[in-house]
Design a protein around this ligand. Structure first.
Ligand SMILES: [Zn+2]
Length: 134
C-alpha cells in the first residue's frame, strides 16, 4: 500500500471525517430504530434498515479500555513512543466504541471509566480525532 493510499479516507468514513473537519464528532445512526453503530455500514446492523444518517454527538466519552504501546509496530510512530491507544465509549451514542489515541494526558494516571474529550487536528490535510482526559 502506498503512502498516498494510507492517507485516503474510505468513503464509508466520510461522514466521520467531514464532521471532524468542523471539530465535531458524529457516528452512524439508524433513523428506523434509533440505534448507533460503529464501524460505518450502509445498513443498520440492528434492524437491517437502510436509512442511516451521521448524527452529531457531544464528543464526551469514557475510557472503556486502554493500552500503552512501548514498541513501534509502524516505524512512522517510533518517535511517539510510548503512546496510549484507548477504546472510548459514548453515553449519547450507545453501542459505539472508538479505537483512538489518548493524548495530552498524564499516562500514569489513566483509569478505566475516566472521562475523555476529543482533540481535533489536521495531519497532511487529513482530520485526526484523538482524545484527552477531561
Ligand atoms: Zn436500525
Amino acid at each position: 500500500m502506498s503512502e498516498t493510499a494510507t492517507n485516503d479516507i474510505l468513503p464509508e468514513f466520510s461522514g466521520f471525517f467531514d464532521s471532524a473537519r468542523q471539530h465535531r464528532l458524529a457516528f452512524p445512526c439508524c433513523r428506523g430504530c434509533g440505534a448507533f453503530h460503529w464501524y460505518p455500514m450502509p445498513r443498520c446492523p440492528h434492524c437491517r434498515g437502510n436509512d442511516v444518517e451521521w448524527r452529531q454527538v457531544s464528543g464526551r466519552g469514557t475510557l472503556f479500555s486502554f493500552t500503552r504501546v512501548m514498541h513501534a509496530f509502524d516505524k512512522s510512530r517510533a518517535g511517539a513512543l510510548p503512546y496510549v491507544v484507548g477504546l472510548v465509549e459514548f453515553s449519547d451514542a450507545p453501542g459505539v466504541r472508538l479505537v483512538t489515541n489518548i493524548v495530552d494526558s498524564p499516562l500514569d494516571a489513566l483509569r478505566i471509566g475516566q472521562s475523555v474529550e476529543p482533540v481535533f487536528r489536521l495531519e497532511d490535510g487529513r482530520p485526526i480525532v484523538e482524545f484527552r482526559t477531561a
